[in-house]
Design a protein around this ligand. Structure first.
Ligand code: ADE
Length: 226
């Protein structure tokens, strides 16, 4: 899968040089290009912001450099995503859908956002990572890429995907590792029993109890689907 990220702050994407994402890039299952929108400005002072028509606080990103940056990577199979607090709420299901795409283009907004016509021209999908406002689109873009990349073939093992939170509509059961007793707290006996049927039963029960307590909305089935 290929992902192009258009941003005014390319250095923000240094975290992609670490861990699973970096391994996926090296393995060739994920290609991520970070593109500086400022390289596309035709303004002699390299300006990339402009005032909103109708007045109001703050600035918008200039139309021309964003438009040209998108055009430079757009193909007929591209899906354009604009992370924004005004978008639909991102979740596990959307992450899985994005992972099936051939090519994603992320526009990282800054200042007060982008001109509505850019959203319309590129049929950009507005997506929010939660009901709060961040200072720019870089963090949401990283969150979305990180989470979708886990569903790209070859990035993770099949088992780790099946057993994680949300994969069956529930939060994940609690996990334990060595030592068997730590600070006086014991690992639940059933996990040491070697009885896989009992372990699976216990885990399912724990996942259900945790979900009921922390995220009852998921039990009603109105948020997360497989
Ligand atoms: N940009 C600023 N805040 C955001 C949010 N909550 N989700 C996605 N993009 C954003």
């Amino acid at each position: 899968m290929r992902i192009d990220v258009l941003t005014l702050f390319p250095d923000s994407f240094k975290p992609f040089e670490e861990s699973i994402i970096s391994r996926a890039k090296k393995k060739g299952v994920l290609e991520i290009n970070i593109i500086n929108i400022r390289d596309f400005t035709k303004d002699k002072h390299k300006k990339c912001d402009d005032t909103p028509f109708g007045g109001g606080a703050g600035m918008l990103m200039s139309v021309q450099p964003v438009y040209d940056a998108v055009k430079s990577v757009l193909t007929k199979n591209s899906k354009v995503i604009f992370p924004s607090p005004s978008g639909k709420i991102f979740n596990h299901k959307i992450a899985k859908e994005y992972a099936q795409e051939e090519h994603l283009i992320f526009i990282c907004g800054h200042y007060e956002g982008i001109d509505q016509r850019l959203i319309e021209l590129f049929n950009a999908e507005e997506v929010s990572i939660g009901d709060y406002v961040l200072t720019g689109g870089e963090l949401p873009t990283m969150v979305i890429i990180d989470s979708l990349s886990r569903f790209v073939d070859g990035v993770l093992s099949e088992q780790s995907l099946q057993e994680e939170s949300f994969s069956n509509g529930l939060l994940e059961y609690p996990q334990y590792t060595r030592p068997q007793i730590f600070e006086g707290l014991k690992v639940p006996e059933v996990l040491l029993s070697g009885n896989h049927q009992e372990i699976a039963k216990w885990r399912k029960h724990q996942a259900l109890e945790k979900t009921k307590k922390v995220r009852p909305d998921l039990i009603k089935g109105d948020k997360v689907e497989d």
